[in-house]
Ligand binder design. Structure first.
Ligand code: ADP
Ligand code: MG
Length: 375
């Protein structure tokens, strides 16, 4: 049985001209009882995805069915009821109410659902190992203890679906293990879990892993640690080979990584990033997008280091750019691009792919399209 079904879901936030496309035509299906981990760099749309599934935000377009409810069709009141009855939220920004005790915070969630029951709320706190902290205020609890209260609060109404956004972020090892054990128990009890995490070890506890890149989703369940960066390196090389009019055959691709090249290429084909082309490979549309992002981040980082930070050692510039291409968020990339005046070429003269932030005048003029019709 499918618990969560997204078809062609996009979410655009208003602001800054065309706004921010946080999710771009996402298709995702989660089985009832499945534990899904959502990974991806900062700004890639992870929080937006769990907000949509939890009915905290509405999609701009697409179909979103959660626990049998068509969320787009629900009124605000029905949506609030859906949240109270169906979803348990483990979100850091859903703070505990500071002037209520741990017990009262849990009882408040009960109240929104049905009837507050102190004994039941105490039992929920005992289940997360906080029986002796029930009368403490949030400020009197450690971060890890607060997160366990949040979990007790999320589980008190026995929701079918648990949504967790970085549930172990900022926790010490001991509390991280406790929180993960609570999630494992919830999974064993049959709950559907969607968990956002940066941590590959935490993600490995889930049944399946997906990754977001600029609002687009890829199933990466079969990936092991480091493989994702290997994919990025391969995409980058395919892009550069094409630029240099060299054949994109395996012999011309030089990357290190956890998988032998042939296997890495095959898994990238399965993920829809590349397609066979004669004796070699070409970028599929999804790979094209991702490669363009990486190249853009790399070349902007090169410019930043060589021009703005006046780092003149070529090897150092390359080493830094190779690090930054994996960690720059879309916002940081757009800020660097704007700061540098939307440059069109890197220090070596190679073209920098256009980003969402770049003015489109050149393209518009050549197509002589009126400004309003540009996309
Ligand atoms: P992640 O959780 O992966 O870091 P988010 O889902 O928080 O990513 O954000 C995805 C993109 O949407 C980012 O570019 C972010 O700045 C933007 N965004 C998120 N929330 C809002 C909002 N309320 N208004 C405008 N833009 C937003
Ligand atoms: Mg987030």
């Amino acid at each position: 049985m499918v618990a969560i079904d997204l078809q062609n879901v996009s979410k655009r936030y208003p602001g800054g001209g065309r706004g921010v496309l946080a999710l771009d035509s996402v298709a995702l299906s989660v089985e009832a009882g499945e534990w899904l981990a959502v990974m991806g760099p900062s700004g890639s749309g992870k929080t937006t995805l769990v907000h949509l599934v939890g009915g905290l935000e509405r999609p701009t377009s697409g179909s979103l069915i959660v626990a049998g409810a068509d969320l787009a069709a629900l009124s605000p009141r029905e949506l609030a009821r859906f949240r109270a009855e169906t979803i348990g939220f483990v979100f850091q920004q859903f703070h505990l109410v500071p002037y209520l005790t741990a017990l009262e915070n849990v009882m408040l969630a009960q109240y929104f659902h049905s009837l507050a029951d102190a004994a039941e709320a105490e039992a929920a706190l005992a289940a997360v190992g906080l029986a002796d902290r029930a009368r403490h205020l949030p400020a009197q609890l450690s971060g890890g203890e607060q997160q366990r209260v949040v979990l007790a609060r999320a589980l008190i109404n026995d929701p079918a679906i648990l949504l967790a956004d970085e549930p172990t972020g900022n926790l010490d090892e001991d509390n991280e293990l406790r929180v993960l054990e609570l999630l494992r128990r919830a999974h064993a009890a049959g709950k559907t879990i969607v968990m956002v995490t940066h941590d590959p070890t935490v993600a490995s506890l889930a049944d399946r892993r997906v990754q977001l890149h600029h609002g687009r989703i890829t199933d990466i369940s079969w990936l092991t640690a480091g493989q994702d960066e290997q994919w990025d390196e391969i995409l980058e090389q395919l892009w550069i080979l094409r630029e240099n009019h060299e054949p994109a055959i395996a012999e011309n691709i030089r990357v290190a990584g956890p998988l032998p090249l042939a296997n890495a290429l095959d898994s990238m084909r399965q993920a829809g990033l590349i397609a066979p082309n004669g004796l070699g490979w070409r970028l599929a549309p999804e790979g094209e997008r991702r490669a363009s992002d990486i190249i853009r981040r790399h070349r902007l980082a090169e410019l930043l280091f060589s021009d703005t930070l006046e780092l003149h050692d070529e090897a150092q510039v390359q080493a830094q750019a190779c690090k930054f291409e994996h960690i720059l968020s879309p916002e940081a990339t757009a800020r660097i691009c704007s700061f540098l005046g939307h440059p069109r070429a890197c220090p070596h003269g190679s073209p920098i792919p256009l980003g969402e932030c770049c003015p489109r005048e050149a393209a518009a003029v050549s197509r002589s399209a009126p400004a309003g019709e540009r996309d």
